[in-house]
Ligand binder design. Structure first.
Ligand SMILES: O=C(CO)[C@H](O)[C@H](O)COP(=O)(O)O
Length: 224
């Protein structure tokens, strides 16, 4: 199976996971990226079975609206029962690196408001140790050089993601060659640097369910 076919399989599996729980007042939290897009596309035909969605990016909001799904501001909604999103890396504890699509801050906010975080990923995203994928850090633009120097002190090789401005008007630094031994501690440590908005480690609040696309089918892991 191709990577795209594996992504489609986990998008299907996520639809099967949430469909029994959809009610007229359900608002879903929706992530960002190519796997999340496949999930959004499958939600379109179900739009009459739930109320709408909160999106973690302008791109996802636009895609949802094009399918006739109402998009709400998170502040209007409060909590969401499910947040469904992809990942750049995920480990056995369902800690993740996210933010390859630069949407990490809004993703983390919507995830924080979700009762269940369902991670959908093709098998290539599963790793024993996080850090093969460069860890994204969203920074206030004027703090970019300072934050980069602090990241060097932590052992990272920071690279400014040229030309990328997040939906929040900020910049992204990617940390290369930065293997992470303790994702919970490192998430908090990087977030303590002045000028950091957040970083792409989703460890303090990892996923609750992982749907991992493999050649022999979708493997489901549930921690909670
Ligand atoms: O965190 C993300 C965007 O900020 C995505 O979830 C992550 O990059 C995975 O993307 P894809 O599904 O395209 O592989």
């Amino acid at each position: 199976m191709t990577q795209d076919e594996l992504k489609a399989a986990v998008a299907d599996a996520a639809i099967n996971e949430i469909t029994p729980h959809l009610e007229k007042d359900t608002v879903l939290g929706i992530g960002t990226g190519s796997t999340a897009n496949l999930f959004i596309d499958r939600l379109g035909p179900l739009r009459d079975q739930f109320k709408g969605a909160v999106a973690s990016s302008e791109a996802s909001a636009e895609r949802l609206q094009k399918l006739g799904i109402e998009v709400f501001e998170l502040n209007q909604v409060g909590n969401v029962p499910f947040y469904i999103d992809g990942a750049d890396e995920v480990n056995a504890h369902l800690h993740m690196i996210k933010g390859g699509g630069a949407a990490l801050t809004r993703e983390k906010i919507v995830a924080a408001c979700a009762k269940h975080f369902i991670c959908i990923a093709d098998g290539s995203k599963y790793v024993a140790q996080l850090g093969h994928f460069p860890l994204p850090v969203e920074v206030i633009p004027m703090a970019r050089s300072y934050v980069a120097r602090e990241l060097v002190k932590l052992g990272a090789e920071p690279v400014y993601r040229q030309g990328v401005v997040t939906d929040n008007g900020n910049h992204i630094i990617d940390c290369f060659n930065f293997m992470i031994d303790d994702p919970v501690a490192m998430e908090a440590r990087i977030n303590s640097i002045v000028g950091v908005v957040t970083n792409g480690l989703f460890a303090a609040r990892g996923a609750d369910v992982l749907l991992l696309g493999k050649a022999d089918g979708v493997e489901r892991t549930a921690l909670r």
